[in-house]
Every structure is written in structure tokens, then in C-alpha cells.
Design a protein around this ligand. Structure first.
Ligand SMILES: NCCCC[C@H](N)C(=O)NCC(=O)O
Length: 447
């Protein structure tokens, strides 16, 4: 179909757009569930299969190594295959990865499974972004992105909650990973239904021309402003702190704070749960008041003491919490407050940071800017768990020696400090004459 013929067709109806959004979001739910299904079995892999923290970290990092490689070519695959085929292909790769990880506790197989997950999951996120842009361009695009990310984060929370609603499976390390494989199969089904939907509507509605997707072109990177690179710096250290902390959190709460797995899972789930609810609210607020770099600095500052508090502050009284799908539990007040604060930061920084790039980079370079940012993010997420795993092993961290986890927590604190430095540099740059307008609600400096 030519561009002119496509423009003569009607835009998709709200019902058609919502159907596309729901199908793509279910595929993302599967993706995030599989990513986060590994954290709750860390202690079982250590106890039942003798995995060391170093090995666990390498498995976790394999995802990011693959992500860095695939992000360089993912955009080309999507352009060549089209979003409907690409999203199904990547969902199938996630399914194969989940099955490989569940199949055996051989270290090399698990490493390969997690690597395969990185090959499928990151380009799936890029393809989902391209799909949403196609259906929602000019029509509630930010809102659609918000819903998509919230449903994806529900996948993360559900993986944590599985320690409660699927607790009998946690008699061994393998069954929870088979459950994750089942969830990945639901994701594939949703991706295939999306393929069918798009195919049936082709020629009947105007889905526009496929835009240049998040393809990474290394040439021209030097042209990005200092503010862009400060945001990238913050993105790297922020996610390289939060994602690895989440990966080890359930095991950490069990070993260092003596919680049972269900309670540890519920506590860990507060992070994505808070983000599901609060991220869109922060997004709306910042759109009204601006002050984007100030908000990023405030988020970074709030994060700074949390890992020290979780290590050294007295636990305080037990507080009852209740979470839908997971049930109720008693958790120490200090851990609850730290996780709620971290959940707040995990809502604030992404809600402000990702959209800020759109205000400081030209539209025709946006795809490359986001791809470069994600690539740098994944390099950080690959390296940090290796360092934390090394600290845990070197300092013999375990239930008999909870103090052995402290060096890893200080490492997270140092990263949070670096994040604060990047956001302060950004704030300074955006308060001076070369500012892009991040501090204004419109995102533009007044003339
Ligand atoms: N939980 C799966 C990993 C998602 C990585 C992705 N590149 C990302 O950063 N998404 C944004 C987010 O805040 O989840």
C-alpha cells in the first residue's frame, strides 16, 4: 500500500487501539515476569544446587551482555520484518529462554538461557514501543506508554508475588521457572493475536508508515548535548543500582534479615507495585510544574541513604501489610519504609528521566538517543551484579554472616552518590544560559 492510499483510510478506532495496547502489554507482562522470575529462586539455587553468588551474578549479567549486542541490530530486524512479525519472534525467543533456564540447573545452560532472554526481551521492548507509536501517534501516546509500562511492571510484581500465590512450587528451584515458562507462553499467544489483529486491519485502517524505530547509529553521537549525557549517566547508575538490588533482594531479605520467602517476595514487590500506581501520577505532576532536573536530583538524593539504612538501622517493630494476590505479612518497619522510599524513587526518576530526553534531543535523533541510553544502561546492569556477587563471595555473606552483605550495600550507595552528582550537573546545566527548558512545564524556555 502506498503512503497516499494509507492516508485515505480512517485512523484506528478507540476499541482497535485499546485491543492493540492490551495485546502488546500482555506480551510485555510475560517479558518482565520471566526477567524477574529468577530473583525468587536465588536462595534455592544456592542451597539445592550449590551455586555461588558469583555464578548467580554472571547468569543475571548474561541478559545485559546479550541486550547490548542485540540493541545494535534489533532496529534492523524490526524494520525488515515489520513490527507484527518481530514482536512474535522476540516473544518466542523469550519463551525458549525461559524453558532453557527451567530445563536444568547446569550453570552453562542457565547462562545460555539468560543470554537468550536478553536477545529476545530488549528488542521486544523496542518493538512494543514501535507498535504503540504506530497505533497511538497523535492520540494519547504518553498515556498508552504509561499503561504499557504499568502492565509490564505488574509482570515484575507478579513474579515476586508468586512466592505467595504459588508457594508450593518453591519446594524446588525448577517449578517456579516452569511457571515463568507458562507465563512466557501467554506472552507469545498475545503477540500472535496482535499479529492476527494487525494483519486483519491492514488495508482497512491507516496505521501510518512504519517510522524509523529505535535503531542505533553510532555516527553523530558526539552531537548530543552535555545535558543528554548527564541523563545517560544518571540512567546507567540508577538502573545499575535498582535492577541488581531487585535481583538479589528476596535472597538478601531472607539471609540478612531472617524473613521467610513469602514475606521477602511481598516486600520486594513493593518496588514495582509503587511504580505501577505512582509513576503515571508523577508524570502528570511534572508535566504541570516542570522542574525536571530538580526532580531527578531530589530522587537521587532520596536514594542515597537507603542502602545504608537497610544495613545498619535497627529493624523496628513489625508492621502488618496486605497486598492483593499475595496476602498479608508482618514486616520490620525499617525495611518497609526503605522499600516504600525506593519504590517512590523508582516511580519518580523513570517518570521524569525518559521523557526528558525528548525535550533535549531533536525528534529525528530520538530513536538513536533512546537506543544509546538503553545500551549504556545495560552495560551498567551487566557489570554491577558481577561486582556485588564478588563482594558477597569475598566477604562470605550468608545467614551466619549478615555483615558480609554490607560491602555490596556500600557499593550501591556509591552508585547512588554518582547518580546524585550526574543529576546535580544536569540541574546546573539546565539552570544556566544553555538550558533546554527542562525546568519549564512546557519543556521550552520562554522566549
Ligand atoms: N524488567 C525488565 C528489564 C527492562 C529493561 C528496559 N531496558 C528498561 O529499562 N525499561 C524501563 C523500566 O523502567 O522498566
Amino acid at each position: 500500500m502506498t503512503d497516499t492510499t494509507a492516508h485515505a483510510l480512517p485512523r484506528p478506532s478507540p476499541a482497535q487501539r485499546w485491543l492493540a495496547l492490551i495485546l502488546v502489554s500482555v506480551a510485555m507482562f510475560g517479558n518482565y515476569y520471566v526477567y524477574d522470575a529468577f530473583g525468587p529462586v536465588v536462595d534455592l539455587l544456592r542451597e539445592q544446587e550449590g551455586f555461588s553468588y558469583d555464578q548467580i551474578s554472571m547468569i543475571f549479567s548474561a541478559y545485559s551482555v546479550a541486550a547490548v549486542l542485540v540493541l545494535l541490530v534489533g532496529g534492523y530486524v524490526i524494520d525488515r520484518w515489520g513490527t507484527k512479525r518481530a514482536i512474535t519472534l522476540f516473544a518466542v525467543i523469550c519463551l525458549a529462554a525461559a524453558a532453557l533456564m527451567a530445563s536444568t540447573a547446569r550453570f552453562e545452560t542457565m547462562l545460555a538461557g539468560r543470554f537468550l532472554l536478553g536477545l529476545g526481551a530488549e528488542p521486544l521492548i523496542v518493538a512494543a514501543t514501535a507498535v504503540l507509536a504506530k497505533w497511538f501517534k497523535g492520540k494519547e501516546l504518553s498515556f498508552a506508554f504509561g499503561i504499557n509500562l504499568s502492565i509490564a511492571r505488574l509482570g515484575s510484581a507478579s513474579a515476586d508475588w508468586s512466592t505467595s500465590f504459588a508457594s508450593p512450587l518453591y519446594a524446588n528451584w525448577q517449578d517456579p521457572l516452569w511457571l515463568a515458562t507458562g507465563v512466557a507462553a501467554v506472552g507469545v499467544t498475545a503477540a500472535m493475536l496482535y499479529w492476527t489483529t494487525e494483519s486483519r486491519l491492514e488495508g482497512r485502517v491507516n496505521l501510518g508508515q512504519a517510522d524509523a524505530t529505535d535503531r542505533l547509529e553510532l555516527k553523530g553521537m558526539y552531537a548530543f548535548s552535555a545535558s543528554y549525557w548527564y541523563i545517560v549517566g544518571l540512567c546507567v547508575v540508577f538502573y545499575a543500582t535498582v535492577f541488581p538490588f531487585r535481583a538479589f533482594a528476596i535472597d538478601y531479605f531472607q539471609q540478612a534479615h531472617g524473613l521467610d520467602r513469602e514475606t521477602a517476595g511481598m516486600l520486594s514487590s513493593l518496588l514495582p507495585v509503587a511504580a505501577i500506581v505512582v509513576t503515571p501520577l508523577f508524570g502528570l505532576w511534572v508535566d504541570r510544574v516542570g522542574r525536571r532536573s530538580l526532580f531527578m536530583a531530589v530522587g537521587s538524593l532520596a536514594m542515597l541513604p537507603l542502602f545504608v539504612l537497610v544495613t545498619y538501622a535497627p529493624p523496628g517493630p513489625d508492621i502488618g501489610i496486605w497486598i492483593p494476590f499475595a496476602g498479608s505479612a508482618q514486616v520490620p518497619l525499617t525495611l518497609l519504609l526503605v522499600m516504600l522510599m525506593l519504590g517512590g524513587v523508582f516511580s519518580l526518576i523513570p517518570a521524569v528521566m525518559w521523557p526528558s530526553v525528548a525535550y533535549i534531543v531533536r525528534e529525528n535523533r530520538l530513536g538513536a538517543a533512546y537506543s544509546m541510553m538503553t545500551l549504556c544502561q545495560q552495560i551498567g546492569v551487566a557489570l554491577v551484579p558481577l561486582a556485588v556477587g564478588r563482594f558477597n563471595t569475598a566477604f562470605a555473606a550468608g545467614p551466619g554472616n549478615p555483615a558480609g552483605y554490607a560491602p555490596g550495600m556500600w557499593f550501591y550507595t556509591a552508585l547512588a552518590g554518582l547518580g546524585l552528582a550526574f543529576s546535580w550537573l544536569l540541574w546546573r546545566a539546565e539552570s544556566g544560559p544553555g538550558a533546554h527548558g527542562l525546568e519549564y512545564s512546557s519543556g521550552r524556555k520562554p522566549e
